[in-house]
Write a protein that binds this ligand. Structure first.
Ligand SMILES: [Zn+2]
Ligand SMILES: [Zn+2]
Length: 610
């Protein structure tokens, strides 16, 4: 399992990327504001130039009505505004107001400039709202899939998810979230209304005071600055909010149960709520703006899955279809094609939910010893340098003890030094003993267990034995030698009927081996299969003893597998005796990657029953 720092790091980058997109929207917004500001200023200058006398223009002068000629020109301008307004999809209220103005008999000089100014604001607002709408839609839909990507990649497991549809997007976006019941669209509108009234009042108050043009435009500029700041702040706050909304959908859909508040991002730390950083809350209490960021305007806080609860196995249970292993270097694009667009999965390895283990996260053998200490009184892991192996071992132990709580705690877990020809691991009812050579090189040590390495070697041996016998016959060797050689050939032919030597799955070498050994531990602890009364004091060789009956059952199932030929689908090692048969079948049974014959599954149900 990934560490808390891993999740914090990834989700901090994710939030940061969302705010970077917001930043580029704000850049566009600034251009829009600057353009509107410039147009307003030019309109004002023209208006001034037209009506001002030497001493400027007084409010009384400004309130004089237009002449007939000026009225014609005014109507023409207003008609232009209506045309532009219709194209830009401006509000019906504003268009109505323009039509009314065009129909009037008398209009004051002041009203003409007021109308011109408001037209610029309406256009600015329309552009702003469209931009913000698009931005937040992206925040929600990208937030959903990007969060899912990070979670699946972090778990190392992928399964198909459905991106948020248009309707869901709209519902999320139109829901107000603050106590005043206003949406971001309302807030945008409010911002525009404030700008309009601010600019208008600077104009009328300036005229009343007899301010010059420069002073009036300076004040208007300040008003634009305030409005622009508010628009930017709104965009960041809403980004935080909608990112949180999208994450909630993902957490819910992907089975995350606890989340952690993140106020210290990659490039930004929230000063106001830094103290809440690291707080863990259950998903049921997740409420953006109340229990998770944004906690205040401009808040850039976010959340990440809380690692202690991020059991891959549990999360994957939410998957509708197959679950696959996802490699750590998968790109977002590749993942998106595969799991959001339902792409081809033929190159991926399926992970059966039953077999998914949560690997340990120890970084030293000492830490791994501490992890394993829950399952044995004494743990010694000397001579192992491969931490992946140790973490896979503790993960497997964790999984097995959770799944089979009837298992007793072991006396010892010990990595033993390899002697030549020794097995990969061994176990009895009170101990588990992996070998150092296997633990350090699980892949190379198990290579010959797989069919693709095991069979060609046998086939080659068969060929040379056949040639050898031919030579013996040609050279007139004693009949006994030829018979001996033919026996070897028979043996090899028998071995070739097995597709593999051991039940080992690629990439799960340690898990398979530990699971096999636990098959022995289970059989011994539960029914005394090998060590009889030593392993289970209730064992007795009597017909009415349930443990004896269970042992007999295993023996008869083993015989049935041999006589029916089902043994070939287990492994050659499983054909050795009923103990190895049980352990090899248990590996298949627990890991769930293959189907076992029904009578073998029945045997497990009976044996594992308390
Ligand atoms: Zn904050
Ligand atoms: Zn064994």
């Amino acid at each position: 399992m990934k560490s808390a720092d891993y999740w914090r790091g990834r989700f901090s980058i994710l939030a940061d990327a969302a705010h970077r997109d917001t930043g580029s929207y704000i850049n566009d917004l600034e251009t829009m504001y600057r353009n509107a500001e410039r147009t307003v200023q030019a309109d004002l200058e023209r208006w001034y130039g037209r009506f001002a006398t030497n001493n400027g223009i007084s409010l009384t002068d400004a309130r004089k009505m237009l002449t007939t000629g000026q009225m014609d020109e005014f109507r023409w301008t207003v008609d232009q505004y209506i045309k532009i307004g219709e194209q830009a999809n401006l509000s019906p209220e504003w268009l109505k107001k323009l039509e009314n103005a065009s129909a009037r008999f008398h209009v004051s000089r002041l009203e003409t400039i007021q109308l011109q100014i408001q037209q610029q604001m309406e256009l600015l607002y329309g552009g702003q709202l469209d931009g913000l709408d698009g931005l937040l839609k992206d925040v929600v839909s990208n937030g959903y899939t990007r969060t899912a990507f990070e979670i699946q990649k972090g778990l190392g497991l992928g399964w198909d998810i459905t991106a948020l549809n248009q309707r869901k997007l709209e519902t999320l976006l139109s829901r107000p979230w603050t106590a005043d019941g206003k949406t971001f669209r309302d807030r945008c509108w409010e911002n525009k209304a404030n700008l309009v009234s601010g600019v208008q009042s600077h104009l009328t108050q300036g005229l009343l005071r007899g301010d010059g043009l420069q002073k009036i435009t300076d004040n208007i500029k300040k008003e634009f600055g305030v409005s622009r700041y508010k628009a930017g702040r709104l965009a960041h706050t809403e980004t935080t909010y909608f990112n949180a909304q999208a994450s909630r959908e993902t957490y819910k859909d992907l089975g995350i149960e606890q989340i952690e508040i993140l106020e210290t991002l990659d490039r930004h730390t929230c000063d106001l709520c830094g103290g809440l950083d690291g707080t863990v809350i259950p998903l049921a209490q997740y409420e953006p703006g109340v229990t998770v960021p944004p906690f205040h305007p401009n808040c850039r806080g976010t959340t990440c899955p809380h690692y202690a609860d991020m059991k891959g196995e549990r999360a994957a249970r939410n998957a509708d279809g197959e679950v696959y292993y996802v490699s750590a270097d998968t790109t977002y694009q590749k993942w998106f094609e595969t799991f959001v667009k339902g792409g081809d999965k033929s190159g991926l390895t399926a992970a059966t939910a039953k077999a998914i283990i949560t690997k340990g996260k120890a970084t030293t053998p000492k830490e791994a010893e501490a992890d394993a200490a829950q399952y044995a009184q004494q743990v010694k892991l000397r001579g192992v340098t491969n931490m992946d192996s140790l973490n896979e071992m503790t993960g497997t132990l964790d999984h097995l003890y959770q799944k089979y709580p009837q298992l007793n705690r072991l006396k010892e877990i010990q990595v033993k030094v390899n002697r030549k020809g020794s097995t990969m691991a061994s176990a009895n009812f009170q101990g588990l003993y992996p070998r150092s050579k296997f633990m350090n090189n699980p892949v190379t040590e198990t290579a010959n267990c797989f069919g693709d390495r095991w069979r060609p070697r046998l086939e080659k041996a068969l060929e040379s034995w056949n040639q050898h016998i031919d030579r013996l016959i040609q050279s007139g060797a004693p009949k006994a030698d030829i018979t001996k050689g033919k026996k070897v050939i028979q043996q090899i032919q028998e071995m070739l009927k097995f597709p593999r030597h051991n039940v080992i799955y690629a990439g799960k070498e340690v898990q398979c081996t530990i699971t096999h050994e636990f098959g022995h531990v289970l059989a011994d602890q539960l029914c005394g299969q090998i060590n009889h009364r030593m392993a289970n004091p209730a064992f007795a060789y009597t017909a009415d003893n349930v443990l004896w009956k269970k042992c007999q059952l295993i023996d008869s199932v083993y015989q049935k597998a041999i006589s029916s030929g089902d043994i070939y689908s287990i492994s050659m090692y499983g054909a050795s005796n009923s103990h190895e048969f049980f352990a090899e079948c248990f590996t298949i049974y627990d890991m769930g990657e293959e189907q076992l014959p029904d009578y073998i599954v029945e045997m497990f149900k009976e044996v594992l029953e308390p």
